[in-house]
Design a protein around this ligand. Structure first.
Ligand code: KG4
Ligand code: ZN
Length: 353
């Protein structure tokens, strides 16, 4: 591209209704012109988790306003936008349909190209927007819906090195919080309670840790936490703090060991590349996990990149940016592109022309 391009990014795959305008310059660098996120926490709080039908309905109600606000904040109209990017999956299908259909409608009405973005690619490429990270790099994606270690080789070019075989890490935090009567979303609540707790009081398992594979398993940990809580029931405030601290220590260990293994594999495969380890997804906001990863990075000589929390959790800028990277390579989609509830990153078409 021989000029700056501007993308509208639309994200509706889970419980954030989001839209943003991002710019990509001729050197391939990006910045965020506007970024509007409406969280649905209030809608789902009473249920202790995301209710897909409520989520889809809230996206329908709010998306138009959120897009208008993103344009207003940028001081732009649709005519100033070069292309429209919308999440096409993976995610809660009702919500994905709302965002993708809106993207298609705007593209059809304005004659602008449409880019159907894989939500995971949005997370994967954010570090190029925030920190200008070069390919190849490793990404740890830990959110409410995903836990995976991915080799990012290029736009559309990914290798999944490990995934969870059951719960996602954020989901494990959310279930732990629910079990202990803490609020939703659970991650920040567990982290807060853990601050005053004793991480050594309850010996919780570290599932799969002795195995060489880079996969995760968190559901056994949740059962162990329940049994530990039952063993001291009725739980006091101190018990809850100790349970949270013990849980957080277990998952932090798991994530740190897996990260060290993945970085060792990266170093073996790319001897001449200083490894960069990008952490994405809502759980990246956890300070205990962040400091354990900083230590792993120090020991392995890796460059650790954790984008700011607002760009780790779901947002429209990550979709706009992934759209910009694809658009710059000439990768656009037809209006027949389908919304997908499941869409593994390594199934993406290669971004090489
Ligand atoms: O990336 P995200 O906003 O949405 C998904 O795509 O899932 O991640 C949300 C998840 C929730 O499970 C939430 O409990 C978790 O990230 N989370 C945290 C923290 N902040 C958010 N988990 C642990 N510690 C935190 N501080
Ligand atoms: Zn996400």
């Amino acid at each position: 591209m021989d000029r700056d391009i501007f993308l509208l990014g639309i994200e509706t795959s889970c419980d954030e209704t989001a839209a943003a305008i991002v710019r990509r310059d001729v050197d391939g660098h990006g910045d965020i012109v506007s970024n509007i996120v409406r969280s649905q926490i209030e809608e789902h709080k009473a249920f202790g988790g995301v209710v897909p039908e409520l989520a889809a309905r809230a996206h329908v109600v709010h998306l138009d306003t959120i897009i208008s606000r993103a344009l207003d904040d940028a001081g732009m109209g649709l005519a100033d936008i070069d292309a429209i990017a919308a999440t096409a999956g993976p995610g809660l299908i009702g919500g994905v349909l709302v965002g993708l259909t809106t993207g298609k409608a705007l593209a059809a009405a304005t004659g602008k190209p449409l880019i159907a973005v894989n939500h995971l690619e949005g997370h994967a490429l954010t570090a190029r927007l925030t920190d200008r990270v070069e390919f190849p790099y490793l990404m740890l994606l830990v959110s409410g819906g995903h836990s995976q270690i991915v080799l990012v080789k290029g736009v559309g070019d990914y290798e999944r090195w490990g995934s969870t075989i059951d719960d996602a890490l954020g989901e494990a935090f959310d279930k732990a919080a629910k079990l202990l009567g803490l609020g939703y979303p659970g991650g920040p609540e567990v982290e807060k309670a853990a601050r005053n707790g004793d991480p050594k009081r309850f010996a919780l398992p570290r599932p799969l840790l002795r195995e060489k594979r880079l996969d995760f398993s968190f559901s056994g940990l949740k059962t162990a936490l329940r049994l530990a809580a039952e063993s001291v029931a009725p739980v006091s405030k101190t018990d809850i703090a100790d349970l949270c601290a013990s849980f957080q220590a277990a998952v932090t260990d798991i994530v740190a060991v897996r990260s060290a293994q993945a970085l060792a594999r990266f170093a073996a495969e790319y001897e001449d590349v200083v490894p960069t380890y990008v952490v994405a997804g809502g759980v990246a906001a956890n300070a205990a996990i962040g400091s354990a990863l900083r230590e792993v990075a120090r020991q392995t000589g890796a460059n650790l990149v954790i984008p700011p929390p607002a760009l780790c959790t779901d947002n429209g800028a990550m979709i706009g940016w992934a759209g910009a990277e694809r658009f710059a390579l000439g990768l656009v989609d037809g209006f027949d592109v389908a919304a997908r509830p499941r869409w593994p990153l390594d199934e993406l078409a290669r971004g090489v022309l």
